[in-house]
Design a protein around this ligand. Sequence first.
Ligand SMILES: NC(=O)c1ccc[n+]([C@@H]2O[C@H](COP(=O)([O-])OP(=O)(O)OC[C@H]3O[C@@H](n4cnc5c(N)ncnc54)[C@H](O)[C@@H]3O)[C@@H](O)[C@H]2O)c1
Length: 342
Amino acid sequence: MSKPVITMNVKAEKATEALFTACGMEGMMKLKTAVPNAAERPLQVRDLFWTCPHNADLRGASIMTHPAFTSDSVAVITGGASGIGHAAALKFARMGMRIVVVDRDTDKLAAAVDEIKAAGASDVMTSEADVSDRGQLEALEQQVTDRFGGADILMNNAGIGGKSSTLGDAAPWDRMLGVNLWGPIHGTQIFAPNMIGRGRPGAIINTGSKQGITTPPGNPAYNVSKAALKAFTEALSHELRSGPGHQITAHLLVPGFVYTGMTSSSEKPASAWTAEQTVDFFVDSVNRGDFYILCPDNDVSRDIDEKRVAWSAGDVIENRPALSRWHPDFKEAFEAFIEKAD
Ligand SMILES: NC(=O)c1ccc[n+]([C@@H]2O[C@H](COP(=O)([O-])OP(=O)(O)OC[C@H]3O[C@@H](n4cnc5c(N)ncnc54)[C@H](O)[C@@H]3O)[C@@H](O)[C@H]2O)c1
């Protein structure tokens, strides 16, 4: 069998050395096969990112950055005028990107523009589109394409809470599913074809919730919206990585408790993270090639989250009652499970 030819440009030399040190010739071969369209162009430093999902040895190596995290990119962020989305807009602005902030809150949207420009965005566009309305997102995609040629990063982040019960009023179900689930589905289906067609590196980041994984009692409509969004984003990731030549990755951002417009208190609770902490954590995670971005907060460590997720999955495996974590008969067993040292 003939050896694959590895073409490197000058800029890639340092990265090539690092890759060789990390995993030798085998890693180089993986790089050549993992990079979309690698046969048609010289490899670049940023292509090292593409080895992440394929090479466990390289995950976490400091040489890697998601190739769409450059000043050349256009980032569309829904719910970008407040909280996590706003912090993401500022972070991407500091990278010098062109930013499209989408938010139905017109006052916050107007206030956000100068701040995002001051942070370093090379251009800022705003949109009052309601993400639950497919037609409005179609119009937005056209505007983004006309102005910037298309999007490279899509952060489907707009979300709402509320009160709901399984047998109660249908209106909150329509609202929460409309924004939290249909918003990201519309956004992805409308923006992704051109993102793929541009042939550039890109990322779709959907903001989920721990409530979509452990589905605690209290707000089933919100849980259903976020659980369905998890399933949608998992399928998206699979389809993107299975398709030929795509340079688009998908990620599920799962924030912990974050002090934002969604938090009812007027002061930051000690247990909450800031939106900036959450965004720094998510950018580092995307750079590592992570799909599940499970954020801790000041109260809940990764270790506790892992146990909660495992207990939840254990309900099915152990044939326990639904949501046994909140069932009085399983209170002690759950607490012992959390306390148990690994
Ligand atoms: N704050 C937390 O603790 C937390 C935890 C888990 C998940 N999340 C998720 O994080 C995401 C961001 O929320 P946040 O905490 O930053 O809250 P936030 O209220 O500060 O920001 C949400 C933004 O979305 C906008 N928005 C709402 N509906 C919209 C619509 N139909 N179209 C366009 N924009 C709309 C709002 O105007 C607001 O500016 C949400 O999806 C939320 O479910 C938040």
